[in-house]
Design a protein around this ligand. Sequence first.
Ligand SMILES: Nc1nc2c(c(=O)[nH]1)N[C@H]1C(S)=C(S)[C@@H](COP(=O)(O)OP(=O)(O)OC[C@H]3O[C@@H](n4cnc5c(=O)[nH]c(N)nc54)[C@H](O)[C@@H]3O)O[C@H]1N2
Ligand SMILES: Nc1nc2c(c(=O)[nH]1)N[C@H]1C(S)=C(S)[C@@H](COP(=O)(O)OP(=O)(O)OC[C@H]3O[C@@H](n4cnc5c(=O)[nH]c(N)nc54)[C@H](O)[C@@H]3O)O[C@H]1N2
Ligand code: SF4
Ligand SMILES: [Mo]
Length: 858
Amino acid sequence: MTLTRTTCPYCGVGCGVLADADGTIKGDPDHPANFGRLCSKGAALGETIDLEGRLLHPQINGKQADWDTALDLVAAKFKAAIAEHGPDSVAFYASGQLLTEDYYVANKLMKGFIGTANIDTNSRLCMASSVAGHKRAFGTDTVPGTYEDLELADLIVLVGSNLAWCHPVLYQRIAAAKETRPNMRVVNIDPRRTATTDLADLHLQVTPDGDVALFNGLLAHLADAQKFDEEFTQCHVNGLGEAVEAARASDPADTGLSGQDLTAFFTLWASTKKVVTVYSQGVNQSACGTDKVNAILNCHLATGRIGKPGMGPFSVTGQPNAMGGREVGGLANMLANHLELDNADHRQAVQTFWDSPAICTRPGLKAVDLFQACADGKIKALWVMSTNPAVSLPDADGVAAAIAKVPFVVTSDIMEKTDTNDLAHVLLPATGWGEKDGTVTNSERRMSRQRAFLPAPGVAKPDWQIISDVATRMGFGAAFAYQNPADVFAEYIALDAAVAHFPRDLDLSIFADADYAKLIPTQWPRNDKRFFADGKFYHPDGKARMIAVQTHALSHPRFTLNTGRNRDQWHTMTRTGKSARLGPHLAEPYVEMHPEDAAYLGASPGALIHVESIYGRATLRTLITPRVAKGQLFAPMHWTRQRSSHGTINSITAPVTDPFSGQPALKFGAVTAEVYKPKWYGFLASNTELTPQTPYAAIARTQTGWQAELASGRIPADWETEARTLSGQGEGDVSMQSDPTTGTVRMAIVENGLITALFFGSSNPVIVSRTAINDLIGSATAPLTALAGRSASDQPDAGATVCACFHVGRNTLLAAAANGARTVTALGEATCAGTNCGSCKPELTALLAEASLPMAAE
Ligand SMILES: Nc1nc2c(c(=O)[nH]1)N[C@H]1C(S)=C(S)[C@@H](COP(=O)(O)OP(=O)(O)OC[C@H]3O[C@@H](n4cnc5c(=O)[nH]c(N)nc54)[C@H](O)[C@@H]3O)O[C@H]1N2
Ligand SMILES: Nc1nc2c(c(=O)[nH]1)N[C@H]1C(S)=C(S)[C@@H](COP(=O)(O)OP(=O)(O)OC[C@H]3O[C@@H](n4cnc5c(=O)[nH]c(N)nc54)[C@H](O)[C@@H]3O)O[C@H]1N2
Ligand code: SF4
Ligand SMILES: [Mo]
């Protein structure tokens, strides 16, 4: 079988994948990002390429339309808005999940032809603070690190990064390096304990946003310990004195860490030359995100620990093409190809190259402001591409209301039902991963090809083509006459050559003669060049800048909210949510809460909690755990209104942004919390898709169909009718058991001898094994056995899924551990867990270390 060589569409690690239309997915052993490894999400890609839920045809106001009608309408509406209200009255909101070719074309249409910079992207929520910090320090947005540096380092500092879940293959590479070089040290800086912490020699449970104080403290320590690289700083760095002065002014107590922890960290850092500091959203997504970035960069610049093997700051990108989006200049304050919007020569050069009628002259609206402008009625036509802002932006309900106010909204997506699509007038079907061709750039600046191995479904088209078709209908046909993505790529590389005389870090000359079809993963500027090795930076004087960063007083209300990611879900779940393999690992929107907080609120395990802010309310299952500090709640960002009644966490996050980058502070906000006391809780498993209408509901895909967690303040008049309505199963025989004294009801619906639905209701949170119940759906198990709430007696209950690849549950693992499997390897031999993608290994370690805490849906 010939497998197609392509790249994973999820995280910024950018793993090479070998894929086939029959669903075969393998890690590409020759790809330098992963050398054959894949994580659980990558390994399950085959389960997400079916056409269930796909948008296959254009739609206008909910009705199927042909391409000509839809494209004519989009072009006409954008033209009319521009004619009547000017170019700033229209906006694009794009995504780091677009391919470079798509992104380039969208940026060109907006900035060169429509003539406004009102194109921003979800990278504003993701990488903007790193971009701003890099520019302040280096003069350019340069990520100097490479993955190899992680393996060469003697100390890796992970700041605000849950690498084990979010960049699993990088985590595995570090874990492997640490195994071969046991002297390697890992420090994890995160207000909560995560799967990543298990690899760390030192966990600094910093106070939220205490990072500036921490790295300022480090800089002051390095100064005192005379660890600065005098020669390097004298020749290559400005601003050292002011930065050190500011660092000395900040109070280490603001880190919330003990003197012992601080000393341990400072001396380790000071005494280790090869230090790589990896940072991610715990740094970027903050009201002081840019300052956090510069506080980190300051320490590397002062010690000259940059531009050399095994050392340097390393901002890891989240999305598969976050880096490519930055290259093409997809943000509202960038031009193209790392050129500056506020530089008239740069603008002139781009306009000449594009031969365009216009060029934007000032920055456009950044994401949060863009949707505020929608709310204010200033945006008359909006096009959302490959992102789901009604879920992923702070104050998501406000954003949804703002989108609903825009007179004309277009979305391009691969799925039909999303919270943002629900608000659009026109839906345009895009080809998705496996169906389209193009390039992506990963965290280490390595460009790889995504290649198609599936036909386009329905009449879906690639994004670059959809955008070009609209551009053509707006009268710009000559400049958008691309026949294929290779044409776009060639133009992008040619633009780079045309502006090569401007000093920039971006240099794509290595791709000048590339054979697009055969393009192998390649780093810019050259595979062998190390940025800043020569001490040259990109400020006009060629030097880097240390920035004086100050700490700000933070108020700490009784409860604050931190948000982030789960191991097996991707953002708003439009793709990973389809996979039964990925569904069971944390199957319900939950909130991590410290045991003392649970006691304070009177929340028992499994209780539902209302978490509220001035923006809205979320209702989440408690996961009581000392992983989070007292007063700090943590909730995942993944749940949408499609999958939960009140699980969309951004309903309560605030649109507070960093002053330099405009990136929202999604990790720290004031909230209140109280226990929700419904009259009954329920769990429902079914062989059909569920759309329950109870006041609290959360659905998930399972191996045998769907499951729903339910709760309501109203006891139904008749449980049988209720269960039939909730499961949508009018047919079938019902077996029911109820116990009025405990307030429990159990029901099985059986059709043709097979169980089609099982319902468990209780006045307390339902305690049954979800895995065992789901496994019974579709089986011929006798209803009474099924209603016992566990699997048939010869099959012990596997417990909550830990290993997604082999569907190994917690109880199975605990049993294996009790039988003598005391290492991760031994658990793997006994149960297969962790032996495919390895993403669950940190959880296996935790499970071995202690009988770890109950998962949300247990
Ligand atoms: N499984 C999975 N992987 C993904 C994604 C996904 O959706 N699912 N998304 C991808 C994308 S786009 C991105 S951007 C990356 C994000 O990757 P990460 O940034 O690693 O993930 P997050 O969970 O958002 O946040 C990381 C950590 O920041 C911590 N944190 C919160 N506040 C602070 C603080 O003040 N200081 C410090 N030091 N830490 C803090 C949180 O507790 C959290 O553990 O993941 C990528 N990979
Ligand atoms: N509270 C909180 N909120 C957050 C974060 C957080 O940590 N906490 N993280 C933020 C970050 S870092 C990010 S990156 C964002 C991510 O947030 P979003 O970008 O909104 O999330 P996705 O679910 O990845 O949305 C991608 C959309 O594109 C569609 N799609 C997939 N492939 C294609 C394609 O090829 N073409 C087109 N046209 N569409 C496609 C998908 O179906 C989906 O609807 O969320 C941000 N929001
Ligand atoms: S680490 Fe996982 S999600 Fe990220 S690119 Fe690799 S396989 Fe895909
Ligand atoms: Mo992201």
